[in-house]
Design a protein around this ligand. Structure first.
Ligand code: ADP
Length: 395
């Protein structure tokens, strides 16, 4: 309910105004003098003030002046009530004092109700806008505090990332040293086992020879693993120089390296010439392709003849290199296989260390490229990597 203040020194007029305004259903507060009105205004907010001009003591204008001088009521609408005979002089003065309207006596009830109703409506709308503004302000304050919190969390996270990167680097250094230092004792184990088989073969019985053979085999596997770990670690430590790479030459070199395997499996390797050149780190590129083509040869069912297709496609400023095989394919966990030591097959089915694709991932990332694969279980996989196109290559 909104408050309406009616100020008149005459009780009968106050009652008349009250009964007219009762229809509006608001709270009508009656004051018999300017002073009494000011007391009400000290403690309450009003939608509108109906102020009689002719009052003993503080008249309407003096009361209006005092109402306007207080912060709480400086903009409360005032309607002066004046008689027709005084209207000309009073209306001008009333407006000068900040009146928003005036009413002439005798009052016409409908006009009074309409005018007061308009101010009550305005008061309600203003209150609503104020409330919404306060809510908005609250939201802004909350958002600012949330932003502040996010900023702090981000800073904390950044600090943690720095710490973690340092720890990671340290770990990789330890891994590198370990892999490096383990090779010497392993070599000596390998050569002693070899000597046992070569020079003491006759002194050993069948089981002794089998044990020595197993030592040789296991140490060979361990050597491959250490070599892979070293290659992986080196990718972090080496400073890369990126150059224009002749992909034809690199691919030919890699296929040459795999020649024995290709021949043994009677594999078909189709390179679709010409291959587009890329910007890359030469040794890393060799290693990446060796792993991908090696896997394409390896992960093929024994009864199937491996068939590999290698080609490039220009994609805006990049070149996509694809290696497709007709192997066993990959059903799920496609992302996972690029993680270190992640394997989907046992060593008995397909020998390996689980480092090859981790090298591919790290190598391609360090060369500023992207990688991925499309694969269907049973029918084969197509691994791809994208690298910046070498200059001078046309789209
Ligand atoms: P590794 O070859 O030493 O096992 P990789 O890191 O090269 O390790 O590969 C991880 C795993 O991803 C493999 O063990 C295999 O399960 C799967 N994989 C990789 N390449 C292929 C492929 N061409 N076809 C099917 N599976 C593959």
């Amino acid at each position: 309910m909104a408050n309406i203040l009616v100020v008149d020194d005459r009780e009968d007029k106050l009652l008349a105004l009250d009964s007219i305004l009762a229809d509006l259903g608001e709270n009508v507060v009656k004051a018999k003098s300017g002073r009494e009105a000011l007391r009400y205004l000290l403690r309450n907010d009003f939608a509108v003030i109906l102020l009689d001009v002719n009052m003993p003591g503080l008249n309407g204008f003096e009361t209006a002046k005092l109402i306007r001088s207080r912060a709480r009521s400086e903009s409360t609408p005032i309607i002066f009530v004046t008689s027709l005979s005084d209207s000309e002089r009073n209306i001008a003065e009333g407006y000068a004092l900040g009146a928003v309207d005036y009413m002439l006596t005798p009052i016409v009830p409908e006009i009074l109700k309409t005018k007061v109703g308009v101010f009550v409506e305005l008061y309600r709308k203003t209150a609503k806008v104020k409330e919404q503004a306060a809510q908005l302000q609250q939201i802004i304050v909350e958002q600012k505090s949330a932003q502040h919190e996010i900023h702090n969390l981000n800073q904390e996270l950044e600090a943690r990332v720095v710490d973690l990167s340092a720890m990671n680097k340290e770990l990789e250094t330890v891994t590198y040293s370990l892999a490096h230092d383990l090779r010497a004792p392993l070599r000596s184990m390998q050569s002693f086992a070899h000597m046992l088989l070569e020079d003491y073969s006759e002194k050993l019985d069948q089981q002794g020879r089998e044990f020595a053979r197993r030592i040789t085999e296991s140490s060979k596997r361990m050597d491959t693993l250490l070599e892979d770990i070293l290659s992986y670690s080196l990718l972090t430590h080496t400073e890369f120089e990126h150059n224009s790479i002749d992909l034809e030459e690199i691919v030919a070199g890699v296929i040459d390296q795999l020649d024995r395997d290709v021949k043994e499996k009677n594999a078909e390797v189709n390179v679709e010439h010409p291959l587009d050149n890329v910007i890359a780190h030469r040794a890393t590129m060799q290693q990446v392709l060796l792993n991908l083509i090696g896997n394409a040869l390896k992960f093929v069912p024994a009864e199937r003849t491996p068939s590999i297709r290698i080609w490039t496609q220009k994609r805006n400023s990049r070149v996509r290199i694809s290696i497709q095989d007709n192997g066993i394919g990959i059903a799920q966990y496609q992302e996972r296989i690029f993680g270190l030591f992640e394997r989907l097959h046992s060593n008995d089915d397909y020998p390996g260390t689980g480092v090859g694709l981790a090298i591919v991932r790290k190598g391609v990332e360090r060369m500023g490229g992207r990688f991925g694969l499309d694969s269907k279980e049973g029918t084969g996989s197509c691994f791809w990597l994208e690298l910046p196109k070498a200059e001078g290559e046309n789209c």
